[in-house]
Design a protein around this ligand. Structure first.
Ligand SMILES: Nc1ncnc2c1ncn2[C@@H]1O[C@H](COP(=O)(O)OP(=O)(O)OP(=O)(O)O)[C@@H](O)[C@H]1O
Ligand SMILES: [Mg+2]
Length: 326
């Protein structure tokens, strides 16, 4: 390691330091990577539309494509823009135009990566579509969004659509192990399990959690991971639900209290964890179905601005009352 690296290594952001540089290094998106590699091999890149939740490799695949197509020149042939740029679609279009018109370094086309394309209104998307057509000869677009349903049909039909899924646990675990080894960090098995659980398919979250946990002490164990995330052991959430189902509302309520106060979870974090873990709880299926129904209601109300503590307590109360008519 060089001196410069040595002095800054501790502060470097690991999500950037360990961002895969090639498509081969992208974890857990094998089908997508295969399809992208075959376009590159055939020198036939269409416009692409990447959709899916945060932190799973959309931007990473776009930059990896650019590196593979252009090699060391990639930065000069790849323009990254954010569609939610507050200066508006006109600024975005102007930048696209001047990039597409500027002189070329021997390649047939350049790549424009437009992040958060679903933040554009449909009028702005129509304007974008015309821009895409205008520069179709020498420009390829890669659009990235969280929800492809928010992209107008005429754009979707001009793109090869790639739906990125949350990453499988093994992909997250493999990357976390690699980074821990490279950074010389000791991580316990339960620490890795907790990390994978807290990440919930989001690699960015996994890596940021690992980095945060690594700065809290020598060892990344379960405790360290739960401390730096708004997550608790699934058993704790389960015990709250069980108490409610057994009709012990005061105990359920006090567990909720510790989640919100001692563990610093937001109402939405409790809901997310309940949603993810409910099917693994040791409760009968009918109860789980009831829980899901209540969860949906509480989630909606909290999103609409209702008081989260009131909603969560009401959910537990409903579970406790269900017991009486069972
Ligand atoms: N499939 C993956 N394999 C390895 N690392 C990954 C993968 N996906 C994401 N990462 C890591 O997480 C970071 C964030 O990923 P990326 O920028 O690709 O997310 P994204 O899908 O574009 O999310 P967003 O919708 O928030 O823009 C990367 O810098 C990389 O370190
Ligand atoms: Mg991105």
């Amino acid at each position: 390691m060089s001196e410069a690296e040595g002095s800054s290594a501790g502060r470097e952001i690991w999500i950037e330091k360990y961002r895969p540089q090639t498509l081969d290094d992208v974890k857990g998106q094998d089908d997508i990577v295969d399809r992208l590699q075959s376009y590159i091999a055939q020198h036939d890149l269409p416009h692409l539309l990447f959709s899916g939740p945060a932190g799973i490799g959309k931007t990473t695949c776009a930059t990896a494509i650019a590196r593979e197509v252009y090699g060391d020149d990639w930065r000069g042939n790849f323009l990254e823009l954010n569609a939610s740029d507050e200066r508006g679609i006109d600024v975005v279009r102007d930048r696209i135009k001047s990039f597409a018109r500027s002189s070329f370094g021997g390649f047939d086309y350049r790549v424009i990566f437009l992040d958060e394309a679903d933040s554009l209104t449909s009028d702005a998307q129509s304007a974008l579509r015309r821009t895409m057509e205008q520069f179709a000869d020498n420009t390829r677009f890669i659009l990235s969004c969280n929800y492809s349903s928010r992209i107008i049909d005429p754009i979707q039909s001009r793109c090869a659509v790639f739906r990125f899924s949350p990453l499988p646990d093994e992909a997250i675990a493999a990357q976390a192990r690699e980074i821990a080894a490279a950074e010389d960090i000791e991580m316990t098995d339960d620490g890795l399990d907790a990390l994978v659980y807290a990440a919930s398919g989001d690699m960015r979250r996994a890596i940021n959690t690992l980095q945060a946990a690594a700065t809290t002490g020598e060892l990344v164990d379960e405790e360290a991971v739960y401390t730096v995330t708004s997550t608790v052991r699934p058993e704790k959430i389960e015990s709250m639900v069980e108490a409610a189902i057994e009709g012990n509302f005061p105990r359920a309520r006090s567990t909720l209290e510790t989640l919100l106060v001692d563990s610093g979870m937001a109402g939405g974090d409790v809901i997310d964890q309940l949603h993810r873990s409910a099917w693994e709880f040791d409760i009968d299926e009918r109860r789980t179905v009831k829980l899901m129904e209540r969860l949906g209601e509480a989630d909606y109300r909290i999103t609409e601005g209702a008081n989260e503590r009131v909603q969560l307590e009401a959910m537990l109360a409903a579970l406790a009352l269900d017991d009486e008519d069972a």
